[in-house]
Ligand binder design. Structure first.
Ligand SMILES: [Zn+2]
Length: 273
């Protein structure tokens, strides 16, 4: 009899636990769906001020990155007026990497795009076209711990205000919270790769650029961003042909247009997910 009662207690506990998990998933799912509106993009011009980044024969990465970033901002403002664009810098000034992702996190950005130029280790290439093309970097797994930190610090932004009321406070020791954080990490990784692939497609198929594809790397500026984030290597500044392209109006316009087309496609795809 006692054993039966004990079994019944365990059975009821299990039912209650399953019920709790299911209702949590349903409520969270609704909140996430409701909370998701693609409205803010952060454009990060790499380097700046005392940090020039890579250089070619006559130009610096920090200036090329800023010029392209400004064009992207202008195009989004013109073509997608419902999107809020935030720049991490608009002038030639130095900003710490952590500050860049903090700007994105504080503004509850939906996408973080960091603009850079690549450089081949040989220095200024003697033979033109030695190293050329674009490369897209997304956050790599070996820095998982750091992104977890960023997510934890910003968890309140991603979980609606009602979360506290509904779940009696967010508790990082609570396994449910850890499950939620992990789910976000997986989701952001997938979305970062999706945006990277869409942009890669634009560069290759629309602009005829060569590409090294989308790669996962432990890039610091992406590590602390609690949203999908992609670093765009727009070309090799120390390749004479690419340096010319990266500094030209045509080249910068082409890159900026491709980035904005990829944002549009990404917004559409995310909206239907
Ligand atoms: Zn760079």
């Amino acid at each position: 009899m006692i054993k039966k009662a004990k079994n019944l207690k365990v059975f009821i506990s299990c039912i209650l636990l399953i019920y709790f998990i299911l209702t949590t998933c349903v409520v969270l799912g609704k909140q996430i769906k409701h909370a998701f509106r693609f409205k803010t993009v952060v454009i990060d011009a790499g380097h700046g001020g005392k940090d020039p980044g890579a250089h070619g024969a006559y130009s610096l990465e920090k200036n090329v990155a800023l010029a392209i970033a400004k064009k992207v901002r202008q195009l989004i403002t013109d073509d997608m007026p419902d999107i809020n664009v935030i720049m991490t810098r608009t002038t030639d000034r130095f900003i710490e990497l952590n500050r860049r992702s903090a700007i994105a996190n504080e503004n509850n950005a939906n996408l973080f795009i960091s603009i850079h130029c690549n450089s081949s280790p040989e220095g200024i290439a003697k033979i033109a076209d030695k190293q050329k093309g674009v490369m897209l970097l997304v956050y790599g797994y070996h820095r998982k711990g750091e992104q977890m930190e960023a997510l934890r610090e910003n968890a309140s932004i991603y979980i609606e205000k009602d979360y506290q009321k509904n779940y009696a406070g967010y508790n990082e020791k609570d396994p449910t919270s850890m499950i939620v954080l992990n789910a976000y990490m997986q989701k952001y990784r997938k979305q970062s790769i999706l945006f990277g692939e869409l942009l890669d497609h634009e560069f290759v198929n629309n602009d005829g650029r060569k590409s090294r594809g989308v790669k996962e790397q432990g890039v610091l500026v992406l590590a602390h961003s609690a949203m999908p984030a992609v670093l765009v290597e727009t070309g090799y500044i120390n390749n004479p042909g690419e340096e010319k392209y990266l500094n030209s109006k045509e080249g910068q316009d082409e890159i900026a247009h491709s980035i904005v087309r990829a944002i549009k496609k990404y917004k559409e795809e995310i909206g239907t997910q």
